[in-house]
Design a binder for this molecule. Structure first.
Ligand code: UDP
Ligand code: MG
Length: 327
């Protein structure tokens, strides 16, 4: 029987935790009863440096029911790192892991189908949103443009898939081999390979609390995703540079002809305009290159991606959870 770990990053989620834990527990009990997962399957919450009572609640949950376990990060490390911390901890004790958000926006009934696909021999099963009826137009528009832009710029992600996915143990071990500090899991998982499949579900509303991804965070997440997965933007800039160089030669020839035929142009406007245009393009180019240099800088530093302060688990898992080299 396969041991399932459900990994859930939590940042200030005290409003949703009681309901999430209740619903997940029911789900787990059902799956255990149906003989789809083993009795020692666990729900693993990762507290990502919450400022509210999240960690306290996780500890209480564990005290009530060993089904719940928890990892406490030393500070807020961001969604992706928190998720990785959970997955990397789970990989040594589970047969299969499912990652999802704490707010139940991902339909937990899709878990059954994911597990079925896993039993059919799939190593990675992506949860894909079939429609976004409940998202606001703005969220839907920005999110969908994000996926399109990502793919256009060479980062292969699964369309409309966030971080709701199943991964087998060997897929997790594969993921562990990717040591990048600039972490964008949904772009890296497809690189792990193996047999994959998708499961469709409808995305619900966050039922309590507010989104931890305001527009500013979403934008930086998009830039992070693109620059950490592909060098296409640099190529685009080089192409743009060539194009502009070509245009400037044409303009040069044109203005020389005008000059020698006696039509000297007052030309101030165009000159100033082009100075600005080129200046702007240069700034953009430098900015893009700067992004990549910054990435290289961080990768060479090889900083830990997460640091675990404490954890709460039953005896069986304690030894594995407590390994100090876990980063
Ligand atoms: N999250 C986290 N660390 C952060 C921000 C978010 O662990 O710094 C978690 C959060 O608790 C939730 C998940 O990441 O479980 C997704 O966040 P949210 O639901 O706010 O994002 P949205 O669904 O609005 O994109
Ligand atoms: Mg959410």
């Amino acid at each position: 029987m396969d041991r399932l770990f459900c990994v859930i990053p939590c940042y200030n989620e005290q409003e949703v935790l009681p309901e999430t834990s209740k619903r997940l527990k029911e789900k787990f009990l059902g799956l255990i009863k149906d003989g789809k997962i083993s009795e020692d399957s666990r729900i693993l919450f990762v507290n990502d440096g919450s400022k509210d009572n999240t960690w306290k609640m996780i500890r209480e949950l564990h005290a009530q029911d060993p089904l719940f376990q928890g990892i406490n990060l030393s500070k807020n490390m961001g969604h992706q790192n928190a998720l990785l911390a959970g997955l990397m901890t789970a990989k040594d004790v589970c047969d299969v892991a499912i990652s999802m958000d704490a707010d139940l926006q991902d339909d937990i009934d899709a878990i059954d189908e994911m597990i079925d696909k896993f039993h059919e021999g799939k190593d990675v099963v992506y949860g894909v949103r079939s429609k976004r009826a409940t998202d606001t137009f703005f969220k839907k528009f920005t999110a969908e443009s994000f996926y399109k832009l990502m793919n256009a710029l060479g980062a292969n992600t699964v369309y409309n898939h966030a971080d709701y996915r199943l991964m087998s143990r060997r897929a997790l071990l594969g993921l562990a081999e990717f040591g990048e500090v600039n972490l964008f899991l949904r772009g890296i998982v497809p690189m792990v390979g193996y047999n994959t499949d998708v499961v469709y579900y409808e995305r619900a509303d966050r039922f309590a609390g507010e989104s931890k991804y305001p527009l500013k965070k979403m934008l930086s997440f998009a830039i992070e995703g693109i620059t950490s997965l592909s060098t296409k933007p640099i190529k685009l800039i080089t192409g743009l540079g060539f194009f502009i160089f070509f245009v400037s030669i044409v303009v040069l020839v044109y203005s020389l002809i005008r000059f020698f035929t006696g039509h000297t142009i007052p030309g101030w406007t165009t000159t100033v305009l082009s100075v600005w245009a080129i200046g702007g393009l240069m700034m953009i180019s430098l900015g893009v290159i700067g992004e990549y240099v910054g990435k290289i800088y961080l990768e060479t530093k090889n900083r830990p991606r997460f640091i675990i302060e404490s954890y709460i688990a039953d005896e069986k898992d304690e030894e594995v959870f407590g390994r100090s080299d876990r980063r």
